[in-house]
Design a protein around this ligand. Structure first.
Ligand SMILES: [Zn+2]
Length: 287
């Protein structure tokens, strides 16, 4: 919303506003994923694991490097909140903000999910998305956003004055605590901004506020990723259900989500190497 609408505009306001928009990180400047190779590797891959995420809860899963994993809609329209970590080092985790800056507010096939500084490398590459047809709707909304953070009990307390224990933040915290056999106090700092799987969101055109609308996902839809490094994932089935109305409560209809892990024929990954950590020497101008 306008910060100070009563502030008089300077004489050259139109000129200042008329400068060209420059894409910060233009397409084509990033190291591309070998999509033809990944597309070929998908053929004949074998399912090796499956995890059902109950509604209003989360579960962890492992997706080793060189494998694919899918998040699948089952039973009903449901949004999922995804966290990813390096299974060997939880300090390397999904960097929602940089992924947004490098790709867009919403991600799709060919985009990568990048890790935090100082590693800044692709953790996963999106290889298939049955909602790829959605594009941008009349409200400017798309699916699979890297805008929203995750629903959490602190914001809920702030806004509603009560406590709700099945926000995605808490669900992810419990899932990580269980996966690593650590306390929720130890697990919580590792929970981070998510990929909002299947969520349909945008910014309102008049006030630029973050909005959500009912997800177009239907049972059978899935988004698929290629693991670039050994991953520990956690997925929460958001208490908002399809996120068409409300969240942080037991009001919405919620459904499970399914995670499937697939192993391709290793010979099909010809030429692929797991990305190395970022090469910047971390001297920051000193030494
Ligand atoms: Zn949520």
């Amino acid at each position: 919303m306008p910060k100070m609408p009563s502030m008089p505009a300077p004489a050259d306001a139109d000129e200042r506003r008329g400068k060209p928009a420059v894409v910060v990180y233009p397409n084509g400047t990033l190291p591309p994923a070998d999509m033809p190779m990944l597309e070929a590797a998908r053929d004949g891959m074998t399912k090796i694991d499956e995890v059902i995420v109950p509604p209003r809860d989360a579960r962890a899963f492992k997706a080793p490097k060189g494998h694919f994993f899918r998040i699948v809609s089952v039973e009903g329209a449901q949004v999922g909140d995804l966290n990813l970590w390096n299974v060997d080092d939880l300090s390397e985790r999904f960097f929602s903000g940089k992924t947004r800056a490098l790709h867009a507010t919403h991600v799709g096939v060919g985009d990568r999910l990048w890790s935090t500084l100082p590693t800044l490398r692709p953790m996963a590459t999106i290889t298939h998305d049955t909602l790829g047809w959605y594009g941008w709707d009349a409200d400017g909304a798309g699916v699979h956003d890297v805008i929203g953070t995750r629903c959490d009990p602190y914001t809920n307390r702030l806004l509603n004055g009560d406590d709700y224990h099945h926000c995605c933040h808490s669900n992810l915290t419990r899932a990580l605590a269980s996966a690593r056999n650590i306390s929720v106090r130890e697990a919580e700092p590792h929970v981070h901004d998510v990929l909002n799987v299947f969520m349909c969101t945008g910014f309102s055109q008049d006030t630029h506020q973050y909005f959500m609308k009912a997800s177009p996902v239907r049972p059978g839809d899935f988004i698929e990723f290629f693991s670039e490094i050994d991953l520990l994932g956690a997925l929460s089935a958001c208490p908002g259900g399809d996120c068409g109305a409300t969240h942080s409560s037991d009001t919405s209809a919620c459904y499970p989500l399914k995670v499937e892990v697939f192993r391709p024929d290793p010979a099909s990954l010809k030429g692929w190497v797991s990305p190395a950590v970022n090469a910047y020497p971390r001297t920051h101008g000193l030494g």
